[in-house]
Design a protein around this ligand. Structure first.
Ligand SMILES: *Cc1c(COP(=O)(O)O)cnc(C)c1O
Length: 392
């Protein structure tokens, strides 16, 4: 039975109306993903260009089979927190495999990437410490920083001079300091300047946390953003997700053994939540096998992104995320609707996900897209940009 509180109803309705008016209301739509980046919505089939399943592994038969086998063997749920009885052997195996991929001493798997970021900073920082976070870092990095109760300073996106200035003026007033950034930025597809950032971190004794949600599996031979640089630029804290290129669900932190041991004891989103279900772990293990052995598949999303950008006349991309900036919310929504009419699903990205005035299409490329898909999409986007520039 539904029991409504009149004041609560009134509050929610007023809030929604305000969001609607500013074109910021979001609606959940049913979307059923299937192989080859096909997605079914409202009875229609579209080519999905806004999935983070960069390698098409979420629907790979080998990954699905591994999830089924793990479920048959270990059950549908894990039944408890890992500190109680939820940590079965597949989970430890997954942590060893991720540590090996990243070349770190140790790894902890969390319930999701979001939870990993809520766990890390609060376990390592507190009042009297300083967090320096890239203004465009993912929402859960900012949330983790807030939860830590450390003093937060945002630096302008990828602006090393700003970061240095903040370290210079503020660092000495705090006990510990942490720099937080995406490795590959989720809405822009660019890299953080890790070599220079780590040099600064070293100079000012700051700890660097890099979020590799959009890097693992697709850049740096599948190892992520640190391996993209020559020589490798390896931060002490490398987190990421199993939910994007790895086609499964869950998050992780790769770090030293000592740091991981501290988090196993102190990280509340690990201690007080149920361990990942076996299916997700089995799927991630099978996905890692594919990532490690199939270089062609790893390289494909970026190749396709390059093909698209060349056809549209956009700068050469460095990752499979290509932003097409349109400015206003209305323009982004309109472009998205037009592409949908042509059979492509490309969600409009609006504030607060991106800064005001930078609403955009965010196009993501996957190994299982076809070249024909890319060329048709490019044609549609080219037209939209032409009209936008004519009316601007
Ligand atoms: C998606 C994403 C996350 C969250 O990962 P989930 O496993 O989906 O919770 C964290 N950081 C970045 C940069 C992301 O894009």
């Amino acid at each position: 039975m539904q029991s409504n509180s009149p004041s609560l109803e009134k509050f929610a309705a007023r809030k929604l109306a305000g969001l609607e008016k500013r074109q910021l209301r979001r609606r959940l739509k049913e979307s059923n993903n299937s192989v080859g980046m096909q997605v079914e919505r409202d009875g229609q089939t579209y080519v999905n260009f806004c999935s983070n399943d960069y390698l098409g592994l979420a629907n790979d038969p080998r990954v699905i089979k591994a999830a089924q086998d793990a479920t048959a063997r270990y059950g549908a749920g894990s039944g408890a927190s890992r500190l109680v009885t939820g940590g079965h052997h597949l989970l430890f195996e997954l942590e060893r495999r991720l540590a090996r991929l990243k070349g770190t001493e140790d790894c902890i798997v969390f319930g999701s990437g979001y939870l990993a970021n809520l766990a890390i900073a609060p376990a390592l920082l507190g009042v009297g410490d300083l967090v320096l976070v890239d203004e465009l870092a993912h929402a859960c990095i900012h949330a983790g920083a807030e939860l830590s109760r450390a003093q937060i300073r945002k630096f302008r996106h990828n602006d090393l001079d700003h970061l240095r200035e903040l370290l210079d003026t503020e660092r000495s007033a705090y006990r510990h300091a942490m720099i937080m950034t995406d490795g590959v930025f989720s809405m822009d597809g660019d890299f953080a300047p890790l070599p220079e950032m780590l040099a600064l971190a070293d100079r000012y004794d700051a700890w660097t946390l890099v979020d590799d949600a959009h890097a693992v599996g697709v850049v740096g031979d599948g190892k992520g953003s640190s391996a993209y640089f020559e020589p490798q630029a390896t931060p002490p804290l490398q987190m990421g997700t199993l939910s994007k290129a790895l086609g499964s669900y869950g998050g992780y932190l790769c770090a030293s053994h000592t740091v991981c041991e501290l988090l196993r004891t102190r990280a509340r989103p690990l201690v007080f939540t149920t361990a990942l279900p076996p299916a997700s772990i089995g799927a991630a293990l099978a996905a890692l096998d594919i990532v490690e052995s199939d270089a062609k598949r790893r390289e494909r999303p970026l190749e396709l992104a390059k093909r698209f950008c060349a056809a549209v006349g956009l700068p050469v991309p460095v990752s499979p995320i290509v932003p097409v900036l349109l400015g206003s919310e209305a323009r982004a929504l309109d472009a998205s609707a037009r592409l949908q009419d042509q059979g492509f699903l490309v969600t409009a990205i609006r504030p607060p996900t991106v800064p005001r005035g930078t609403a955009r299409l965010r196009i993501t490329f996957s190994a299982t897209h076809t070249e024909a898909d890319i060329d048709q999409l490019a044609q549609g986007v080219r037209l939209i940009l032409q009209e936008t520039s004519e009316t601007a």
